[in-house]
Design a protein around this ligand. Structure first.
Ligand code: GCU
Length: 832
């Protein structure tokens, strides 16, 4: 066995900032296999994906196994020490006939390592690059099995959407500022864009829409069009095309016309002219993404034109160039909750009535659920109602309602609830994944789009572990029948190396993360009970109701849930094909995890599980929190097996999550306890024997403050300093038994200041921290004391004696008045 000791431990000690994502090519300690000594690249053009594939192979071999493989171009070589990469056609020209390779679909590839001869052949250049990344993924995972297979995409549309604004901010982005735009223009240095393209290509994503769906027409001005050309040039070597989001009113706002009516000839001309100009700069532009008549965006309805007429306007302009229009089905109006039958979930079905009216190059981009990326939603029924229209599913990698990268949530198991769902159209198998790929209804176009929102942070998304979601998105777009866990494990090995404990631990944490998050946020189909009117991050269940946005829960003192039945509710369940409609119509056949999505019931209603709804709420929140606590413990067990830089960064995030999951738990449980008056059978809710309320301490320079929403402070009261330049102290005598505890402080970390807190026991400092999480965590900060800013910090192993004096000193900063909610002394094993 040839054992290469070089750098054997380098991958463990060298710091990593995440920039290479899963493409680290980190050294593996040994190799007893023959590796290609020579790479034959069948294209000499540097900006071609095949050329890039050759360079990647060379770098990968060097990085992973320390070998140097010579690269040569065009000359065919078929020796067992060579890897050859190119398109099928290039191969045939250079090497003659090719046997045993089946016909490949567009973007597909053939990979053969048989007999130590490596053949990587794409149907096109992009496919060849995908094949090279596949081979490298095997090498990086120490996998030397002899393989010979073709891999083809399930669908042609495998896009990402960036919600980047021209000013450089990113809507629902948690990983820093835009890598594309700044101050209204395309940035000069596009090196991060190239690095992004590399990651996308390795996940087989073939297009990126670079600007926000809430689009700014200035993207189309002359300077920015040139910039788009530069972005496209940066992405092209990786086989990634660009797409752009359009603002429907651009002919008026940018073009100076007095209308944006899609049937007006001047408008039609304006758009076709713009389209011509874009294709001059970007001859391979993938197409347009359009959000119209939704959430304040302009659209065709203003002129009494249909949404299909609006979409077709762009389709016709794109047609000569082979571009497509991704038209979003996320269209709804504000509604009045006092109308029992009103239901935002029903809105997208308007598109059913337009089926068949769209041009062939229009694809309806449909969010997985009928509302908006919630922690669990039933499959959007629209997928089952379009037979003559191409569709794509819209997923969200950026964790908008799902912890904003400050919580670990591995999303594919959630996505799979929809992709694998059988809608039983005409009583026949109708899996969503077969509908979006075009198979079920025989459509030529189809696929997936995911809102990704990477930013300038070296972790791209704002946290190392979140990258599994981007990687897995690409893999599922390629093959939606693939398995969430095996995809995850490839990602873990590529990202953190081959250690078995690392693999098992991160697998377990990740696979438990979505169920845990669902448990401590919103379960039984009630949606993520976050603040829908503000940051979409922390708890605020009341914000769901009594507004026009329609994410309602209809919770009152005795009942909760949306009645979406046909017999007595909004009629939404009737939008599904008969078998599915019947299942959801009937409370007995509705699964517990969607009960409150479809039915309005008493808190005392018994679930299939035998528990009442309210007790399930309480229990689920406790159990979700318990699981979340294990993440940190599991991660800690990996210290030394992962480089310190990433270990520390993830540790900080998981430590924060352990605290914030408790904030979620208590807020939701207190809210529904307060509303229903039904106590927790296990007497946990509202009982926290190890806590001391800040407002019950002796205060000097601090005053009481009533927090809104009430449930985001213990007993709804916190304390803040009496002014922005007064140092406050809160003092109390401890009445707990003499013992060693974990000391927890619940405080609020607001945007706009970095307060300092110091904590003393009998005059001796035991802890100190800064309220700077707006700079150190990924989630959207808040300017209020609420469920977003509520944060817990823990000091482990603090020994106290009964009667000791505890003092907290809070020094305000900026607009942050050193707010405090409570302290807790937790005996070993107590989570509270
Ligand atoms: C959500 C999200 C918005 C976004 C919208 C969309 O409502 O919060 O920021 O613009 O979805 O998908 O268009």
């Amino acid at each position: 066995m040839r054992v290469l000791f070089f750098f054997a431990t380098l991958s463990l000690v060298s710091a990593e900032n995440g920039l290479d994502g899963w493409l680290r090519y980190a050294p593996l300690p040994y190799n007893d296999q023959k590796l290609p000594a020579h790479i034959v690249v069948l294209n000499t053009t540097e900006a071609s994906p095949v050329y890039v594939a050759g360079a990647e192979l060379q770098n990968g071999l060097k990085g992973i196994y320390g070998t140097h493989a010579e690269v040569s171009h065009e000359q065919c070589e078929n020796s067992s020490s060579a890897a050859i990469v190119g398109t099928v056609e290039q191969y045939q020209i250079a090497c003659g006939s090719l046997n045993g390779v089946p016909e490949l679909d567009e973007d597909g590839f053939w990979l053969s390592t048989w007999g130590n001869k490596v053949q990587i052949l794409g149907q096109n250049e992009r496919g060849a690059l995908y094949g090279a990344f596949e081979y490298l993924s095997m090498l990086a995972q120490g996998n030397f099995s002899e393989v010979s297979y073709a891999s083809n995409p399930s669908a042609a549309i495998r896009w990402v959407n960036q919600w980047d604004n021209m000013d450089g901010s990113i809507e629902r982005g948690y990983g820093g500022s835009s890598i594309f735009f700044k101050n209204g223009a395309v940035v000069d240095d596009l090196s991060r864009v190239t690095q992004y393209a590399r990651l996308l290509a390795s996940a087989r994503i073939n297009a990126a829409v670079v600007n926000n769906v809430n689009a700014n027409a200035t993207l189309l001005d002359q300077e920015n069009m040139k910039g788009l050309g530069r972005i496209a040039d940066a992405l092209r070597p990786y086989g990634v095309q660009i797409g752009i989001s359009l603002n429907f009113a651009s002919p008026e706002t940018l073009g100076g016309l007095d209308t944006f009516d899609p049937l007006d000839s001047s408008v039609i001309k304006w758009w076709s002219n713009i389209t011509d100009q874009i294709y001059q700069r970007v001859p391979d532009m993938a197409g347009y993404l359009v959000k119209a008549n939704s959430e304040g965006q302009p659209g065709p309805l203003t002129y009494n034109r249909t949404l299909a007429q609006g979409a077709n306007l762009f389709a016709k302009a794109l047609h000569p160039y082979g571009g497509i229009v991704m038209f979003r089905a996320f269209v709804y109006n504000q509604l009045n909750e006092s109308n029992w039958k009103a239901d935002r979930a029903k809105a997208a079905m308007e598109f059913k009535y337009l089926d068949g009216e769209f041009e062939e190059n229009v694809v309806l981009q449909i969010k997985y659920g009928p509302i908006d990326f919630q922690v669990r939603e039933p499959t959007s029924p629209l997928f089952a109602n379009l037979f003559n229209t191409s569709t794509a599913i819209e997923l969200e990698v950026t964790q908008e309602y799902l912890g904003q990268q400050s919580h670990l949530v591995y999303l594919p198991p959630l996505w799979k609830t929809v992709l694998d769902f059988d809608l039983r159209v005409d009583h026949k198998p109708s899996l969503v994944r077969d509908i979006i790929t075009g198979r079920r209804f025989n459509r030529k176009l189809g696929g997936s789009a995911a809102v990704v929102n990477v930013g300038s942070n070296t972790t791209w998304l704002g946290g190392h572990l979140s990258m599994s979601n981007l990687y897995a998105y690409g893999r599922l777009a390629w093959d939606p029948a693939d398995d969430s866990q095996s995809i995850l494990q490839d990602w873990i090995r590529l990202t953190f190396g081959l250690d078995r404990t690392v693999l098992d631990t991160i697998t377990q944490m990740s696979m438990e993360s979505w169920p845990a998050y669902e448990n401590y946020t919103g379960n039984l189909g009630i949606q993520t009970l976050t603040d829908i009117l503000y940051t979409h991050y922390g708890p605020n269940p009341a914000s769901q109701d009594n507004n026009g946005w329609g994410q309602w829960t209809r919770a009152d003192h005795t009942t909760i849930g949306m009645d979406r039945t046909v017999s007595n509710g909004t009629g939404f369940s009737g939008q599904y094909p008969t078998e599915i409609a019947a299942m959801y119509e009937n409370i007995d056949t509705t699964p517990d995890n969607l009960l409150l999505w479809f039915h309005h019931v008493n808190y005392t209603h018994r679930l299939h599980s035998g528990k009442t709804v309210i007790q399930h709420f309480y229990d689920a929140h406790y159990s979700g929190v318990e699981t979340a606590q294990t993440f940190l413990v599991q991660w800690d067990s990996l210290k030394g097996k992962i480089d310190d830089e990433r270990h520390k960064a993830v540790r900080r995030q998981l430590d924060y999550q352990t605290g914030h999951s408790i904030i979620w738990r208590d807020a939701i449980n207190d809210f529904y306890y307060n509303l229903s008056g039904i106590p927790d059978a296990l007497n946990r809710v509202g009982h926290h024997p190890w806590r001391i309320e800040a407002e019950s301490m002796l205060l000097d320079g601090y005053k009481q403050y009533t927090v809104n929403p009430f449930e985001t402070a213990a007993k709804s009261i916190a304390i803040v300093t009496i002014s922005n330049d007064t140092v406050g102290t809160a003092t109390t005598r401890l009445n707990f038994p003499s013992e060693t505890y974990d000391l927890v402080v619940n405080y609020y970390d607001l945007y706009g200041g970095q307060s300092r807190w110091q904590i003393y026991l009998n005059g001796k400092q035991v802890g100190e921290w800064l309220g700077n999480s707006e700079n150190t965590f990924s989630h959207t900060p808040s300017i209020y004391l609420d469920g977003h800013s509520a944060t817990r910090i823990k000091f482990r192993g603090v020994k106290i004696n009964k009667g000791d004096t505890l003092k907290i000193v809070g020094t305000p900063d900026g607009v942050e008045p050193a707010p405090l909610d409570y302290v807790a002394f937790l005996p070993q094993g107590v989570i509270d």
